[in-house]
Write a protein that binds this ligand. Structure first.
Ligand code: HEC
Length: 145
C-alpha cells in the first residue's frame, strides 16, 4: 500500500488526463494532414503530385467502379492508358484544360444530371479534393506510365 493514497490517486488522474490529451492532439494532427505536410507539398506538374495527392483521392472514391476489372461507363481510372483513352462518351481528360475535361465537370457536379451522371454517383468529393484534381489536370495531368 502506498503511504499516501490521496497523492497516488491524484498522480493517476494526472496521468490519465495527459494520456487523453496526447490522444486528442494526435487526432487533431492526423485529421489535418496538410498541417504536417504543407512545407513539402509537391508542385502540380510533377509525378509526385499525382502519386501523393491525386491518386489517393481516385483510389478511395473511384477505383471500386473504375479500377482493376471494373470499367463502369467504359472508363478505367487506375492506369494512364485507361485515363487517356476515356470512357463511353470519349475523352474524359484534356490535359491543361480542366474546363474541357468531362472528369472534372462530373466531379464538380457541373456536368449532365444523367448519362453520365455526377461522380462519384453518391456524395461529392470535398472542395479541397476537387481543387487538387483540377490543379493536376490544369498542370498537364502528369502521371507515371
Ligand atoms: C459506384 C460506382 C462508381 C463510382 C464510385 C464512380 N463511378 Fe464514375 N461511373 C460509374 C458509372 C455507372 C458510369 C456510367 C454512368 C453513365 O453513363 O451515366 C460512370 C461514368 C463516369 C465517367 C464518364 C465516362 C463516360 O465516358 O461516359 C467519368 C469521367 C467518371 N465516371 C469518373 C469518375 C470519377 C472521377 C470517380 C471518383 C471521383 C467515379 N467516377 C466514381 C460508376 C462509378
Amino acid at each position: 500500500m502506498p503511504k499516501n493514497p490521496k497523492l497516488s490517486t491524484r498522480n493517476a488522474m494526472a496521468a490519465a488526463f495527459s494520456l487523453a490529451f496526447a490522444g486528442l492532439a494526435a487526432t487533431a494532427v492526423l485529421s489535418h494532414p496538410t498541417m504536417v505536410s504543407a512545407a513539402a507539398d509537391p508542385a502540380p506538374n510533377t509525378v509526385a503530385y499525382y502519386t501523393d495527392k491525386v491518386q489517393p483521392i481516385l483510389k478511395e472514391n473511384c477505383y471500386r467502379c473504375h479500377g482493376g476489372e471494373n470499367h463502369r461507363g467504359g472508363l478505367q481510372i487506375d492506369t494512364k492508358a485507361g485515363l487517356l483513352k476515356g470512357g463511353r462518351d470519349g475523352a474524359v481528360l484534356v490535359p491543361g484544360s480542366p474546363e474541357k475535361s468531362l472528369l472534372i465537370s462530373l466531379i464538380r457536379h457541373e456536368g449532365p444530371a444523367d448519362d453520365p451522371m455526377p461522380m462519384p454517383p453518391k456524395g461529392k468529393l470535398s472542395d479541397a479534393d476537387i481543387a487538387t484534381v483540377t490543379a493536376w489536370v490544369k498542370a498537364g495531368a502528369i502521371m507515371p506510365e
